[in-house]
Structures are given as C-alpha cells and as structure tokens.
Ligand binder design. Sequence first.
Ligand SMILES: Cc1cc2nc3c(=O)[nH]c(=O)nc-3n(C[C@H](O)[C@H](O)[C@H](O)COP(=O)(O)OP(=O)(O)OC[C@H]3O[C@@H](n4cnc5c(N)ncnc54)[C@H](O)[C@@H]3O)c2cc1C
Length: 415
Amino acid sequence: MDFELGEEHRMLKELVARFVADALMPLEPKVLERESRGEGAGLTESERKPIDAKARELGLWGLDAPSEFGGSDLPVEAMVGVHEELGKTVTPYTFPPDSPNLRMLMVTANEEQRQTYLGPYARGETISAIGISEPGAGADPAAMITRAVRDGDEWVINGRKIWISRAQDADFTILMAVTDKAKGARGGMSAFLVDRGTPGFNVLRRIAMIGGHVTYEIALEDCRVPAGKLLGTEGQGFAPMQIRLSTRRVQMACWCIGIAQRAVDMICEHARQRVTFGAPLADRQTIQWWVADAATQIHACRDQGVRHRAGLGHHRQGDADVRRHGHGQGDPAAVDGEQGALDADLRWPLGSAPLGDRPQSAGAAVMIWARRPGERGDLRSRTMRCCEVRSHGFRLSRLALGRNDGRRGFESCCR
Ligand SMILES: Cc1cc2nc3c(=O)[nH]c(=O)nc-3n(C[C@H](O)[C@H](O)[C@H](O)COP(=O)(O)OP(=O)(O)OC[C@H]3O[C@@H](n4cnc5c(N)ncnc54)[C@H](O)[C@@H]3O)c2cc1C
C-alpha cells in the first residue's frame, strides 16, 4: 500500500501552503503579541472575514463536507496535507466546517437533522461545540455522569461539562450524556443536539488555556430538549463519539507535523546564516545530525498520519459497523503500538550496532513492541524503511542546510 499523497492531494496541499503564506503568516506577529498579553490567540472578526472570503474564493471551503451541501466531499486522507500546511503557522485557522463534529453528524444525523444541523454546518453557516469532558471524566469519557432522563416527549439533562471549546458562541452543542447507568459506555451513552439559548444550558465560566486557547465550563440544570434532538440511536452514542475524537487526533497529529516541519525549515535557514567561531552553524556536524534526526522523525510521523487517515476515511451515514473504526486504525492503542515500534527504532542508539545491521536490530525492536501479531510484518517493513531514511538523513540534512558539497556523506558507511 502506498502511503504517499496522490497527485491531486499534493496539488491541494500546495494551494493551502500558498494560502497559509499569503493570508495567515502575515498575522503571526499580532497573534503572538495578543497571546503574550493573555488575550487568547483567536482571530478577531475583522481579521477572520477577509481570510474566510479568500478561502471561499480559492475553493477551500467545505473540503470534506458532503457535496449535497455544497462541499467537495474529499476523502479524509486528502485532508492530511491540508492540516499539515495549516499547522505551519501559529495563526489559528481551519477551513469551515471543522471536520470532527462534521464527521460525527455525518454518521448519526437523521434526515431532519441533516437538513437542520448538518447542512448549515457543512456550509459554514453555523458554529458547533462538543460536550464530552467532565470534572471527573477526561481521558476516560466512559466515566461521565451527566444524565439524560426521558420525560414524555422530552429528555431532561443534568450534569456538568468542562473544557468545552466554543461553548459560548456555538449555535448548537453535541452533548454526551448517560441514558442507561447500568450499561454506561456499552449501550447506555447517547448524544443530544442542544441549541444555543436552551433553558438549563448555562455557561458558567471562561477558562484560559495554555497556547491562547479558551474553553468553558457548563452546568446542565434540568435542561429539556425535545425527543427529536437525540442524535443517532439511543444508547449508541459512544462509538460515533470515538470517530469524532479520532478525527481530531489525526488532525492534531498533522498540525504537529506541520509546525515541526516549519521549525526544521527555520533551523536550516538560521544555521546557514549564523556564524559562530568562524564557521556557519550549518557546517557543524552536530547541527547536521539534529536536522537529520528531526527530518527522519517528521517523515515517520507523516507516514503514520497518512496511514491512519486512510483508515478513518470511510465513515458515511449508515455505516453498519461504526464501532469497529472506533477500535481500529484511529484507535489510540493501535497508534501507540505502531508509534512505539517506530520510537523504539528511532531511539536506537547510534553506534551500538554496525550500521549495516540496523535494519535487523530495528526488526528485533518491532518484535518486542508490536502488540498485534498480524501487523508485525507490516510494521517491520515500515520501520526498516525508517531506518533506511535515517541512514540517508545525514546527506538529506546537508542538502537542507545547503552543504551539498559532493561528499557522499553518512550513507556510504552502510554499503
Ligand atoms: C485546548 C483544549 C480544548 C478542549 N476542548 C474540549 C471540547 O471541546 N470538548 C470536550 O469535551 N473536551 C475538551 N477538552 C478536554 C480534553 O478532551 C481533556 O482534557 C482530555 O480528554 C484529557 O482529560 P483530562 O485533562 O482530565 O486528563 P486526565 O484524564 O486526567 O489524564 C491526564 C493524563 O494521564 C493520561 N492517562 C489517563 N489515564 C491513563 C491510563 N490509564 N494510563 C496511562 N495514562 C493515562 C492521559 O493520557 C493524560 O495524558 C479540551 C482540552 C483542551 C486542552
């Protein structure tokens, strides 16, 4: 299987790169200044409007939204490059609609909800939030205690949610609650659509987060929503919520790859210009190794990102086996296992084995780290590929630093 981006998706990535350079990077000084004053990193209305207009003009709006609502219906893997490029700037911006809630709505909304919620959201006309976390339920959402109890044609919700992004401004919040205490996450958790201004949905306070982000705490006090606001099947809310979370996780991974790549690009630029003790930093072997290591790890992460995107790419309304995806390619445990294998390889101490033996050593590391026997072969071949990249890393770093002086470099030792 090829984990590279296809030609079409590469062209999209290049378009986004130009957009980021022209529309977002010029705002960075202002964003950083605002953040350092503790005012949050978010864009102001007057900053956002022209950016939105430019995104629309370039067709970068609704990229992965359904075509029936004016979107481009691009597969999830097409978004890998898009998010990597968006991650290269500290100016916070995503092309509307934000994918995680979109994906959850796509697999759960009934026809009426598609028209009322999914359509306007997909067209970028509304803002949404998701309420999962609670003071006692974060990494373990199955521990949530917010309750929804059926009362005639309504659901009555009581509980507390914390760290909810956009809760203040959202037109609607996808709110997770327990509908059957005994079953909990296994058939007793449901999702609800709660409109802004619904009595009993009370935003208690604004919470400033590191990095200029802002979240909110919410109290649900006898919050009544009509029966028709149940999203998906009663008791089956946990699995589509996992799709939502997995979509954000890989999206964040792509942003991280983007910012890491930008940092390496900046290192290279600086190292070429900065002269210490009579020579540019770029001529120092230690610096060249830093670049080689960073480039190798970024490459490995990018490869993983594309692969996991591919695994998440097929959720559509009516998917019979949504749960499977919640525990498959996008599942953190799976990611951990595979990343662990790569980490084991990437941390393999330099010089502890003859370089020619490194692929074999990495193979052994994979045997220790891989959790699922069926994947060992696949893992091993990808990890070996990383070794191969690493052995070429030194030469690549010399190229990146503009030190392509014709020397064969490190890889010649491997022959
Ligand atoms: C910027 C931001 C925006 C957010 N927006 C939202 C939002 O819109 N909606 C929403 O519902 N939530 C939101 N959250 C909350 C977020 O989802 C939670 O912070 C997250 O689920 C982790 O929960 P926690 O902070 O309570 O960490 P904890 O659950 O206390 O975990 C702490 C650490 O321990 C690790 N850990 C936990 N259990 C184990 C274990 N068994 N073994 C090993 N390690 C473990 C975790 O991975 C984590 O690193 C947001 C958070 C942030 C920072």
